[in-house]
Design a protein around this ligand. Structure first.
Ligand code: ADP
Ligand code: MG
Length: 296
C-alpha cells in the first residue's frame, strides 16, 4: 500500500507545478546526485533568432536568404524556423523545397530552384560533402560561438556560400535554478548538440563548471552520456524538452520534462515541470526529501 505521505507529496507537487507519474517516483527523486540539463529549450528559451548573415566573397545576400530560407522553411527545428522567418521578413517569397531531409543533429538537405543545398554544422559538411569553409567566415563563426551563438553553414552546388548566426536566450530563471540545485548538493551537467564554445559560454552565464559541459553530442548519443555517468556511479536526473532527449530521459534514474516541450519528452519522463521553469527541479528534489523524511 502507498503510504499517505507519498500521496500528499504528489498532491503538493501539483501545487508546485510538478506533475509526478506515481508516488514511488519520489524515492528516485530523493537519491539523485547529478542533474543533466539539455541546453536548447531547457536552460535557454529555445526561441532562436538570426543575428548575423555572412555571405562568402562575391555571393549575393539575397540569394543566400532565398535558398537557405526555402530549405529551412521545411524544418521544424528552432534553427530552421528562425532562418525561414528571417528570410520571409526581408520580403522574400520562399520557394518550395524538393527532397527535403533532416539529418538528426547535423543539419538539413534539399533541392531549391534546381540547386542541391545543405544547411548545418561545418564538420558534417566537411565529412559528407568535402566542403571547406572560407577562412574569413570560419573566423566570424568562431567569434560568434565564443558569444554563445550557433553558426549554421549554408552550401549549394558544391560550395559553402554563407554562414548564418542564430542565437537563443537564456531563461531568466536558469541561473537561480542551477544555484539552488548546487545548494542541494547536486552536480549540474550541460548536455547539448550545439558547439562546444557556445555551450561553455551558456554554462558560464548560468554557473555550470566548464568541465561539466558535454557538447557536440548527436541526438542518438545523448542516452550514452547518461549511461556513462551511471556507470561512473552517479544517480542521474535528466531534464529535457525535445524529441532528441526522449531516450536519455527514459534512461536516467529520474526523467524531468519541460511542460513546454514535446509530447515525446513528457511521455518518456517521470516528472513534468508544467510551466517549463527550471526552478521547479530543485523544488521537486526538496519535496521528495521532505516527504520521504516524514515516512522514515
Ligand atoms: P540541442 O541538443 O541543443 O537541442 P540539436 O541536437 O537539436 O541541439 O541540434 C544540434 C545541431 O544540429 C545544431 O546546433 C545545428 O548545428 C544542427 N542543426 C539541427 N537542425 C538544423 C537545421 N534545421 N538547420 C541547420 N542546422 C541544424
Ligand atoms: Mg532541447
Amino acid at each position: 500500500a502507498t503510504p499517505t505521505a507519498l500521496l500528499v507529496g504528489t498532491g503538493r507537487g501539483a501545487q508546485l507545478g510538478i506533475l509526478i507519474k506515481g508516488p514511488q517516483i519520489l524515492e528516485s527523486t530523493r537519491r539523485v546526485d547529478t542533474i543533466v540539463l539539455d541546453k536548447t529549450g531547457t536552460v535557454t528559451t529555445g526561441h532562436m533568432g538570426v543575428s548575423q548573415v555572412h555571405p562568402a566573397q562575391g555571393q549575393p545576400l539575397e540569394q543566400v536568404l532565398a535558398i537557405a530560407g526555402a530549405l529551412e522553411d521545411a524544418s521544424e527545428h528552432p534553427i530552421g524556423r528562425a532562418i525561414a522567418k528571417h528570410a520571409s521578413e526581408t520580403g522574400l517569397d520562399l520557394a518550395t523545397v524538393q527532397d527535403f531531409t533532416g539529418h538528426g543533429g547535423n543539419g538539413v538537405t534539399g533541392v531549391v530552384g534546381g540547386h542541391a543545398a545543405q544547411a548545418g554544422r561545418r564538420s558534417w559538411l566537411a565529412e559528407q560533402w568535402s566542403l571547406t569553409a572560407p577562412a574569413n567566415l570560419v573566423e566570424l563563426a568562431e567569434s560568434a560561438e565564443t558569444e554563445g551563438r550557433t553558426p549554421v553553414w549554408i552550401a549549394w552546388d558544391g560550395s559553402i556560400r554563407a554562414v548564418i548566426v542564430v542565437s537563443d536566450t537564456i531563461k531568466d530563471s536558469s541561473p537561480a535554478a542551477i544555484a539552488d540545485l548546487q545548494r542541494l548538493g547536486l552536480r549540474p551537467v550541460l548536455l547539448t548538440g550545439d558547439n562546444e564554445r557556445a555551450a561553455r559560454e551558456v554554462a558560464r552565464q548560468v554557473g555550470i563548471d566548464a568541465e561539466d559541459v558535454i557538447a557536440d553530442v548527436l541526438p542518438s548519443d545523448k542516452v550514452d552520456v547518461v549511461k556513462r555517468l551511471q556507470r561512473e556511479g552517479a544517480v542521474v536526473a535528466m531534464v529535457g524538452d525535445g524529441v532528441n532527449d526522449a531516450a536519455a530521459l527514459a534512461q536516467a534514474d529520474l526523467g524531468l520534462a519541460m511542460g513546454t516541450g514535446t509530447d515525446v519528452a513528457i511521455e518518456a519522463s517521470d516528472l513534468t515541470l508544467v510551466s517549463g521553469d527550471l526552478r521547479a527541479a530543485p523544488d521537486a528534489i526538496r519535496l521528495a526529501r521532505a516527504t520521504l523524511g516524514t515516512i522514515k
